[in-house]
Design a protein around this ligand. Structure first.
Ligand code: TYD
Length: 250
């Protein structure tokens, strides 16, 4: 195993492309905790990891966050703001970091727009079509699925209250839209976020490890038209490093 890993490490060239992982879920599902834990695990096995979130801390993202406390924008303006924020995020951070071969972990992406703005009355199919036209598809979307009746009290306890985006009836419908996406989109993986934090962390690592092995075997680099996806397949190394991390003695 150690020899195989050294060989794979040696093969890692500047050409190796990055890996793009997105976390989705209703507010309070535990995304930020899991992102921190995954970042640490991936750094431990030798990856350079960048984390980010949407809405971002740039101009449009700040405007959106502000609206959560001062009053939501009309749907069309809100959609427009999320799209502008995302385009800037892709151009300035996601794209360049993937091209540098980093692992990029993002807290929310266009699946949130489909679920949240879809819940507000936006046309779900139309939003998804618009997003897929400009936004690179992640390698993995990890949907931390949880019941808002369980997660909402967590938000209220931890952050001292909810905001305009967080009403339980809306969140139930948002959860349903996320679940629909996990059934229809091959890149979206649903995991049960009601479980213990460490158990969930291990499940996510196991899922990534297993899927990396499938992809390595299939060698299905079907998305070479995306400029961020050119370069050697990262899956053999990713699988080798994660399996060593999960079973260090073997
Ligand atoms: P988030 O960062 O999860 O909230 P917080 O800063 O409180 O942790 O995101 C703020 C809200 O924005 C969240 O309730 C979900 C919502 N959102 C959308 O409605 N559409 C989107 O496209 C995205 C990315 C987020």
């Amino acid at each position: 195993m150690a020899q195989a890993l050294a060989r794979l490490d040696a093969q890692m060239t500047e050409q190796e492309r990055g890996i793009f992982i997105v976390f989705e879920g209703v507010d309070g599902a535990g995304k930020s905790t899991q992102i921190d834990m995954l970042q640490q695990a991936l750094a431990e096995v030798g990856y350079q990891v960048v984390t980010s979130r949407e809405p971002t801390d740039k101009e449009w993202g700040r405007k959106i966050r502000q609206s959560a406390t001062t009053g939501r924008m009309p749907l069309a303006d809100e959609l427009d703001a999320f799209i502008r924020d995302r385009k800037q995020h892709i151009a300035e951070l996601i794209g360049p970091e993937l091209q540098r071969g980093k692992i990029v972990l993002v807290d929310r992406y266009f699946y949130s727009t489909i679920a949240y703005q879809g819940e507000r009355g936006g046309d779900v199919a139309e939003i998804e079509k618009t997003m897929r036209e400009f936004a690179p598809i992640p390698d993995f979307v990890l949907l931390l699925d949880a019941d808002p009746d369980v997660t909402l009290p967590r938000i209220t306890d931890n952050r001292g209250g909810t905001d305009e985006f967080e009403h339980v009836a809306s969140l139930r419908r948002i959860r349903e839209l996320f679940l629909m996406l996990s059934e229809n989109c091959e890149e979206v993986y649903r995991v049960d976020a009601h479980q213990d934090i460490n158990a969930l962390h291990l499940e996510l690592l196991g899922l990534l490890c297993e899927q990396a092995q499938h992809r390595e075997r299939a060698a299905d680099e079907t998305d070479t038209t995306c400029p961020f996806r050119q370069g050697n397949s990262p899956w053999a190394l990713f699988h080798a490093r994660l399996s060593k991390y999960l079973a260090p003695s073997s």
